[in-house]
Design a protein around this ligand. Structure first.
Ligand code: OAD
Length: 257
């Protein structure tokens, strides 16, 4: 894969980089995306049943069991070379802000710090009624069980039901997370948009905020997206392949002086 000198120079000059990721970032770790045909979660499950307060209240065991199945998949998964490349890049930049729509912890397990999870996290459940955080004490079963029904745990503070710590349809992103993410997008010199269909708002606005404020936008995605005509660089490839190759090209470019 070829990386132009002007891209490599923009990368070297960038003092503030935002990396914005979506489900495609976790695909090579074996975690299903949402909208890829056949394999996407929303191809197989109705999001309004599985990922909404109404759906949870209608059938807590179905929804909790499904999120536990997703959490087990993540616990059995490993970060790939693309996650590691992002963690490495942050060591060479004045400020790298990592903003993800993903609810897994693969970025953290690759070494990235202060990750902003715009859509929450599978690893931070809380009480549906009083909001108290809940800590998992389970050991990891051998295989992620199929998406079976599972009654959610009960809150020790109010006897309410524990829910996944993710942002559901009909709910909004935490103001603090959004304000911080939007500010970072407006102040950055360079924004990577990796593995997202750029369809879900307000998250999908971040790359456009960056373009409006003069940043260069680099997109990495094997397929076409709604960002294609706004990104300055479009790499039609997988995150786990393009990112390490880009870092490799950067170090070769640096050593050529
Ligand atoms: P989508 O499933 O909508 O899009 C995944 C994107 O990743 C697609 O554009 C794929 O082409 C791309 N992709 C697949 N494999 C890839 C790879 N190996 N490397 C790079 N890209 C790859 O997922 P998101 O855009 O993340 O919302 O969806 C955004 C939100 O919609 C999610 O956060 C979730 C969902 O409903 C909430 O949970 C609130």
């Amino acid at each position: 894969m070829k990386f132009s000198d002007d891209l490599l120079i923009a990368l070297l000059r960038a003092k503030r980089i935002v990396v914005f990721t979506g489900a495609g970032m976790s695909a090579e770790s074996g975690i299903p995306t949402f909208r890829d045909t056949q394999s996407g979660l929303w191809e197989q499950y109705d999001p309004y049943v599985m990922a909404s307060p109404k759906g949870y209240l209608a059938d807590k065991a179905l929804v909790w069991g499904w999120y536990e199945w997703r959490r087990m998949q993540v616990l059995h998964a490993k970060p790939h070379a693309g996650h590691i490349a992002i963690a490495d890049l942050s060591g060479h930049v004045e400020r790298l802000t990592l903003i993800t729509q993903n609810v897994d912890d693969l970025h953290e397990r690759a070494g990235s710090k202060n990750v902003i999870h715009l859509h929450g996290s599978l690893h931070q459940p809380r009480c549906f009624d009083c909001g108290s955080p809940y800590t998992f004490f389970d050991e990891i079963p051998d295989e992620p069980s199929g998406d079976q029904r599972k009654e959610p745990p009960i809150c020790v503070n109010c006897n309410g039901s524990i829910r996944p710590g993710v942002v559901w349809f009909g709910e909004s992103i935490q103001d603090t997370d959004w304000n911080f993410a939007e500010q970072a997008a407006m102040e950055c010199d360079l924004l990577f948009s990796i593995g997202t269909s750029s369809l879900v708002w307000p998250a999908a606005q971040l790359p456009e905020r960056a373009v409006l404020h003069g940043a260069r936008v680099i997109q990495i995605n094997p397929g076409p997206t709604a960002l294609d005509n706004k990104a300055h660089y479009n790499f039609r490839g997988k995150a786990g392949e393009v990112l390490p190759a880009m870092l490799e090209a950067l170090s070769t470019f640096l050593n050529s002086f």
